[in-house]
Ligand binder design. Structure first.
Ligand code: ADP
Ligand code: MG
Length: 575
């Protein structure tokens, strides 16, 4: 049977495209600037091999012109332009992308960084304009053409006048309504803000006349009653910074430049604690510039805090906070990822869940982990102040998901050492353990001072063993879920050592004889202990002789997997 082609209600399709693809109207400017940049790229590429083009890289620019009276915003480029046929093909055919064809034809060339691919971005202009006029002259052609449309109804083509190659896109901006603000797209500051947000790293200058004011020259001689006078004038200004700082080599950028970029971009008053530059690793193709802040954002431990990295595709902003790029336990990291290889969805506001993203996530996770390790090893003081701000998040990461990430994070954790009177890593604790010590001891409670005075902690310390003093609720969960830490045995073979709460169960300190003596004393005084247990009326499970006491007459001890402290935490949780 002969196959039939699908018919499309192009009017409806256009309408859908214009009004339902994008969440943000302001995106139209990102799309039109991206097209201008692509057009320039194509002519620039040509100029590299064809000297008759007669253009240098510095000659290319994208010009924005606004006219409040006629309500027009014009985006002009001096790129490759379009012939009559190309206007029909590219702007008259939904989902036809001349840029994608170009990219395919030149796919072996690394210098090409063309943005377009879906063939729909242009129509986003109709979100803000009730009429769009395109005047274009293709490079190498001697005629110019005008394409004009009011959206779904179709378009008109006619010959036009234009001196040089390139394209002018003239948007007739819609009138303001009660619900929608369009005047912003004619406003100087409104436009500057949108360009900065989405197109700051477009490789060619985006220019616009800006209004300035200056003092008029003073007359000479100056009259006695002279008052300074001011005048306004306009000046062509480049709005974008063009070169993405993350594409520069680390050696080309000063610490101060990184710090300023960070503070500016992520609205922080303080310098970052660490700058991380990361590039393509293995099969993940990207440039990343990440920052570890030096202090917690005020909302960090609240629901309002949104983790994520700004995601760019070929220098154009796709998402301000892409959460999928960062694991939760590194949610404090800020920064930027730029990649050419993302499978964007058609609005270019989101990604298809793709493998590339996962690869970048994994590469960044490893990189951040290594950088934190380096900070711990080389700049302990800085690491400890980082730990004060974000340590809780790492401990939480080690313990969440049933300890899935414990192994990855365990060597980044710090705990207070009773013996050393400072923060130590688990490795440092284990390195100092006497050979016969059976456990990593810890005590959990409200303050390190009180914990150090616990009878059980004193007992362990008397043996010459260290005790980790845990004062945050998440601490003990974290150790409990890790259960053990690697330690080589006496013969140097790989083994593990368990964590032990000084308040729970058998501390492994007594000799067999001491244990036996305690059991005998308990049996011999059964009547006394039973009486004590009755007097405490169900508040304790058992009363017995303890080998743990030194100066104190009595201690409480938990029996079972949870310590008294953990039981307290759990009983505080709702539900
Ligand atoms: P995409 O950019 O994804 O290809 P668009 O709808 O934004 O889709 O643009 C469609 C096509 O129109 C582009 O691929 C390009 O061939 C052509 N085009 C758009 N704007 C310009 C321009 N300023 N100069 C030259 N060609 C352009
Ligand atoms: Mg486009």
């Amino acid at each position: 049977m002969a196959k039939k082609e699908f018919q499309a209600e192009s009017k409806k399709l256009m309408d859908m495209m214009i009004n339902s693809i994008y969440t943000n109207k302001e995106i139209f400017l990102r799309e039109l600037i991206s097209n201008a940049s692509d057009a320039i790229d194509k002519l620039y590429y040509k100029s590299l091999t064809d000297t008759s083009v007669g253009m240098n890289k510095g000659d290319f620019r994208i010009l924005l012109t606004r006219d409040k009276d006629s309500r027009t915003l014009t985006i002009s480029d001096n790129g490759i332009g379009m012939t009559r046929e190309e206007l029909e093909q590219n702007l008259g055919t939904i989902a036809h992308s001349g840029s994608l064809d170009f990219k395919k034809d030149n796919k072996d060339d690394e210098n090409i960084d063309i943005i377009g691919q879906f063939g729909v971005g242009f129509y986003s202009a109709f979100m803000v304009a009730d009429k769009v006029t395109v005047i274009s002259k293709a490079y190498g052609s001697d005629e110019a053409w005008q394409w004009e449309s009011s959206g779904a109804d179709g378009y008109e083509l006619e010959p036009a006048e234009k001196e040089t190659a390139g394209t002018d896109i003239i948007l007739h901006i819609k009138p303001d309504t009660e619900t929608d603000n369009y005047d912003n797209f004619l406003d100087e500051y409104g436009i500057v803000a949108i360009v900065k947000k989405y197109s700051d790293y477009v490789r060619y200058p985006i220019q616009m006349e800006r209004e300035k004011s200056r003092q008029k020259p003073e007359p000479d001689p100056k009259p006695d009653d002279y008052k300074p006078e001011w005048e306004t004038y306009t000046e062509l200004e480049t709005l974008n910074s063009m070169v993405p700082i993350w594409k520069k080599q680390k050696s080309e950028v000063t610490d101060e430049e990184y710090a300023n970029f960070y503070k500016d971009k992520f609205s922080d008053y303080a310098d970052p604690a660490r700058v991380i530059v990361s590039r393509t690793e293995g099969t993940a193709n990207y440039n990343a510039l990440l920052f570890v802040p030096s202090h917690r954002p005020y909302d960090f431990y609240t629901k309002d805090y949104e983790k994520g990295l700004a995601l760019y595709a070929s220098g154009v902003l796709i998402m301000e906070k892409c959460a999928d790029l960062l694991p939760d336990y590194f949610s404090f990291v800020k920064g930027i990822v730029d990649s050419q290889d993302l499978s964007l969805n058609i609005s270019r506001e989101m990604l298809q869940k793709d493998n590339q993203l996962k690869l970048i996530h994994n590469a960044l996770e490893k990189k951040i982990k290594n950088e934190l390790h380096a900070m711990l090893a080389n700049d302990r003081e800085k690491y400890e102040s980082f730990w004060k701000e974000f340590g809780r998040q790492l401990k939480f990461g080690a313990y969440s998901d049933y300890g899935m990430h414990a192994e990855l994070l365990r060597d980044l954790l710090l705990f207070w050492s009773a013996k050393e009177q400072k923060m130590v890593t688990l490795q440092e604790y284990v390195d100092k353990m006497p050979a016969e010590q059976k456990y990593i001891y810890f005590a959990a409670g409200d303050s390190t001072d009180r914990l150090a005075k616990l009878p059980a902690a004193e007992l362990v310390m008397d043996k010459g063993y260290d005790v980790l003093l845990l004062t945050e609720d998440v601490d003990e969960f974290c150790l409990q879920i890790m259960r053990t830490y690697p330690r080589k045995d006496a013969e140097g073979k790989d083994g593990t050592v368990e964590f032990k709460n000084v308040n729970s169960g058998d501390l492994g300190l007594e000799t067999e004889d001491e244990k036996k003596a305690a059991e005998e004393a308990t049996t011999a005084n059964k009547a006394l202990f039973d009486a004590m247990k009755d007097a405490l009326d169900g508040k304790v499970k058992e009363v017995k002789v303890s080998t743990r006491l030194k100066d104190h007459p009595v201690c409480l001890s938990a029996d079972g997997p949870l310590s008294i402290e953990m039981e307290k935490v759990l009983s505080k949780q709702p539900g």
